[in-house]
Ligand binder design. Sequence first.
Ligand code: NAD
Length: 253
Amino acid sequence: MILDLFSLKGKTALVTGANTGLGQGICIALAEAGAEVIGVARRSCEETAELIKESNGSFTEIIVDLSDKNAVTKITEQTDTLGKTVDILVNNAGIIKRADAIDVTEDDWDQVINLNERLVFFLSQAVAKKYMIPKNEGKIINIASMLSYQGGIRVPAYAASKSAVMGITKALANEWASLGININAIAPGYMATNNTAQLRQDADRNEAVLDRIPAARWGTNMDLAGTAVYLASHASDYVNGFTIAVDGGWLSR
Ligand code: NAD
């Protein structure tokens, strides 16, 4: 009986950044739990589609550059064209730019804030307004970071944007929890994806990161699977505005 609460059968999930990394893992997890998944990405999500097909799941892609100022409208228009509504939104896509704070350019700052922060808010607003509030039901999962809690090194715009993600999660929960919408976030620890490739290639930084992780390994994209399904399902109906760390214990140190 309890496992039925975790089923996503009959639900449609929209996941941004579905072609690689954590987004791909989340798509696979939600599809395995029964959701029809719509993956949003700049490039074709061939690999994600193939992996989901292997387990007889359902996956459709919407190709949109999320840095386009009309991205939100394009996503909702294409969702309508597919004849779908959105029950679950995962704001996963994100970018990181590494530079000493003294050298950060305004252009890099704006790119990071626009994608990691502004889009998270306005896509949530559009999806809630169009699909979730009319049904009095919905799940929004934002992908935060350890840098929602910490300052990081050489990534000030990223740290600012991910702190904002935690703030947006709480602010929207305060307004929309009573409308049947759960908004929560997952703060991944140090995961082996493109986002951390530069860090892992730097032998000193790689060792320093690993030394600090109690679980003594980098996370994988499937490490988020259970938490994503939980937050997308009825099992989390009384969880609102919270950011769950999936970090191998990093924040406990
Ligand atoms: P990744 O670089 O593999 O994935 C980023 C995703 O965002 C990709 O699918 C990419 O195509 C998409 N994306 C970026 N810019 C886009 C644009 N303009 N239009 C459309 N799609 C765009 O890295 P990841 O680690 O899988 O990152 C996923 C999320 O997890 C990000 O929000 C990241 O900040 C967050 N995160 C990652 C880690 C980690 O250690 N890897 C830790 C904490 C948080």
